[in-house]
Design a protein around this ligand. Structure first.
Ligand SMILES: [Zn+2]
Length: 230
């Protein structure tokens, strides 16, 4: 169907269900594509301009309106098809909840900070394959980015046992007995650390639970560092 929007108050996006690609809503949009239409209007009752989202699906050259939940469920099906066909997650889709011992998995499709769809992938959608196993397989075989989401990212803090390490941030030497903070790096299943000076890392971005080794520091050092952590 052909979209002709009023550029002063209407705009939107389409989502191609086959590859999750997103485009501006204008001109001819094929059947089967998902639609997010935003309309700005003045609400008399509250005396404010508001933006409303409308969701839909192009079918038989018409826009069929859907609730956000209905659209999420349609997107879940498309996402499962994509996973089966390509053995990876579609663009802008990430794992929302860690796979646990359950049959469905929640993914998040967020293509902007305002648009987040929660996608539930079930065994039926994956032709009987267990979503947990399927996703784990994908995680293992795909980019490290995704891999890291799955791994608990635990930093390590300690007194440098020697003066041989270099700070990853400033590239200078970390002296023996100086406190160093290691960012975990996984290569395959092997864990190692990239070390940093304490002052070269913004501690307020790290949670206390993300740092191991604090208990092995001297009490004064431990207290001082714990205060700075999130
Ligand atoms: Zn440094």
């Amino acid at each position: 169907m052909k979209f002709q929007l009023n550029p002063k108050k209407e705009w939107g996006f389409f989502i191609n269900p086959n590859n999750f690609q997103i485009g501006e809503l204008k001109g001819e949009i094929p059947n089967g594509y998902f639609i997010i239409l935003r309309i700005r209007s003045f609400e008399d009752s509250i005396g404010k301009t508001v933006i409303r989202n409308h969701y839909g699906l192009v079918s038989k050259d018409q826009m069929n309106y859907l609730s956000k939940k209905q659209l999420s469920s349609r997107l879940s099906e498309s996402c499962a098809k994509f996973i089966l066909k390509n053995n990876k997650l579609p663009p802008k889709v990430s794992i929302e909840k860690k796979p646990k011992e359950k049959k469905s998995i929640e993914l998040a499709f967020s293509f902007s900070q305002y648009d987040i769809f929660h996608l539930k992938i079930t065994e039926e959608m994956l032709n009987g394959k267990n979503p947990k196993n399927t996703l784990e397989h994908i995680i293992e075989s795909s980019s490290r980015n995704l891999y890291e989401i799955e791994k608990e990212k635990i930093w390590k803090i300690e007194y440098a046992p020697n003066g041989r390490s270099l700070c990853k941030k400033c590239k200078r030497q970390i002296k023996e007995r100086e406190i160093r903070l290691g960012e975990p790096i996984y290569s395959d299943e092997h864990l190692s650390f990239q070390w940093n000076h304490l002052n070269c890392i913004n501690l307020s971005k790290l949670k206390r639970s993300m740092v191991t080794g604090l208990d092995n520091l001297e009490e004064a050092d431990k207290k001082r560092i714990e205060k700075k952590l999130k």
